[in-house]
Design a protein around this ligand. Sequence first.
Ligand SMILES: *Cc1c(COP(=O)(O)O)cnc(C)c1O
Length: 248
Amino acid sequence: MSKNIDWSNLGFAYMETENRFVSNYKDGAWDEGEITTDSTVTISECAGVLQYAQTCFEGLKAYTTEDGRVVCFRPDLNAQRMIDSCKRLEMPTFPEDRFVDAVVKTVQANIDYVPPYGSGATLYIRPYMFGTNPVIGVKPADEYQFRIFVTPVGPYFKGGAKPITIRVSDFDRAAPHGTGHIKAGLNYAMSLHAIVDAHEQGYSENMYLDPATRTKVEETGGANFIFITKDGKFVTPKSDSILPSITL
Ligand SMILES: *Cc1c(COP(=O)(O)O)cnc(C)c1O
C-alpha cells in the first residue's frame, strides 16, 4: 500500500522511511550487508569521517512508469562513479554488482514510498560511504560503512521546472588537479558558504568557472550545464575538475 503522502507538494527534503541498507568493511572485506530499520549511525568520536571528512556519496532516483513499474536510471554508472570517488579518497570500493543489488533491495524494502506516476515526485536514493574507526594522525581509516537510504522528494529547485536565476560565483568549487571530479563530501562542505551567500543575494545557484583561469564555465554547485547554441548544437563543458554526469 502506497503511503498517505501529499506527493505533489513534496520539497527536496529528507523524510525518514522504514528501511535502509548497511554494510560494514573490516579486516579488508565487506560483510554481507543487510536491510535494517535503524536510521541512526553510532561511530567513534574519533572516526575518520568526523576528523578528516573521509566520505563520498552518490545520488539517483527511482520512478514509477506509466504502466506501474518502478525503475532506476543507470545505477551501474553511479556504482562506477562511486568506485572512482573511493579510489581518490583511499577508501575501499563497493563492487558494482553489489551496489546495484543493494539499490534494488533498498527500493524494494521501501516500495510504499515510491511516488506514483505523474505526481512530479520521485524516490531519491542516497548511497554513501564513510570511515568509521578512530583516526587521529592524517591517514585513511581501516574500517568503513556503506549505507543507502531513500527519501521521497519533489523538485530540487522550488517551483519545479521553472527558470531559475544563477550568478557567477567569486569562489571556486574545485582546485585544478583537486577533487572536483569526484562526489566527495568535502566538495559540498566548501560550497555551503557560496550557496548561502547566493541565496541571500536572491539567486538559486552558483555558476562556477574553471579554477585555473576563471574564463570558462564549468558547472553549478550540484549539477552540470547543458548549452544549446544559436544554431541548435548541444554543448557540455569538458574539464578535469567537473563532476562527470550520469544524466548527460
Ligand atoms: C551529482 C553532481 C552532478 C551530476 O549529476 P548526475 O545526476 O549524476 O547527472 C554534477 N555536478 C555536481 C556538482 C554534482 O554533485
